[in-house]
Design a protein around this ligand. Structure first.
Ligand code: PRP
Ligand code: URA
Length: 207
């Protein structure tokens, strides 16, 4: 299984804030962005670097730069909540957007928007979505990006279900999944248990 669970005491505390139904939007967003920093750092360990000399005020020495363009692709709408933290860590990243909404009855993702930078084929593409539930949205996003040339894709989420991880591994075995938490299961409505409820609604206050 290509699954990495990014875990530390700060993430454990912040996941608890996110789960807590009493947590208000502004606290929810802040806790979420702290976890997103940790995910960005962990995923950055897979980035290739190349040598680049740098001139300090005293002498020339060895330095580095990233080999590949990084493209962040938040899945609208909840994925937007992860973008700022990733951008702060990778300021020269480009950002594409995919609009996918789960049909509440079929639980299948319906696409409504797509815009991404060129040259996906030579970029490292990071799909951002806090929730990997049935995996339908993440899998559809990866398929969409592959059809437009992406070859090197990573999925970053906050909470994953075993079902969602399995679907990603089946549909896109080459796409590593990074999550801060692997939860127990899905309920009949496709919500992750114990989960945190609807990530988009809790982030944007549309409950
Ligand atoms: C949520 C979430 C994911 C999707 C996960 O989005 O942000 O995109 O559900 O579920 P899945 O793995 O079963 O596809 P939602 O459809 O609620 O839209 P929103 O971001 O606009 O709230
Ligand atoms: N989308 C969410 O926002 N939460 C879930 O638990 C499942 C899908």
């Amino acid at each position: 299984m290509k699954l990495t669970i990014v875990d530390n005491p700060l993430i454990k505390r912040d996941i608890t804030y996110l789960r807590d139904k009493e947590t208000r939007e502004y606290q929810f967003r802040i806790a979420l962005s702290r976890i997103a920093y940790c995910l960005a750092i962990e995923i950055s360990k897979t980035f290739d670097i190349i040598d680049r000399e740098v001139e300090t005020p005293l002498e020339v020495t060895a330095g580095y730069k990233l080999r590949h363009q990084i493209v962040l692709v938040p899945v609208l709408r909840a994925g937007l909540s992860l973008v700022n933290s990733f951008i702060e860590m990778i300021p020269d990243a480009k950002v594409g957007h995919i609009g996918l909404q789960r049909d509440e009855e079929t639980l299948l993702p319906v696409d409504y928007y797509y815009k991404a930078p060129k040259n996906l084929d030579v970029s490292k593409v990071i799909i951002l979505d806090p929730m990997l539930a049935t995996g339908g949205s993440a899998s559809a996003a990866a398929t969409f990006l592959k059809e437009r040339g992406a070859k090197d894709i990573v999925m970053a989420c906050l909470i994953a279900s075993p079902e969602g991880v399995k679907k990603m591994n089946n549909d896109h075995p080459e796409v590593p999944v990074y999550t801060a938490q692997l939860d127990r299961e899905l309920n009949d409505q496709g919500y992750i248990l114990p989960g945190l409820g609807d990530a988009g609604d809790r982030t944007f206050g549309t409950l």
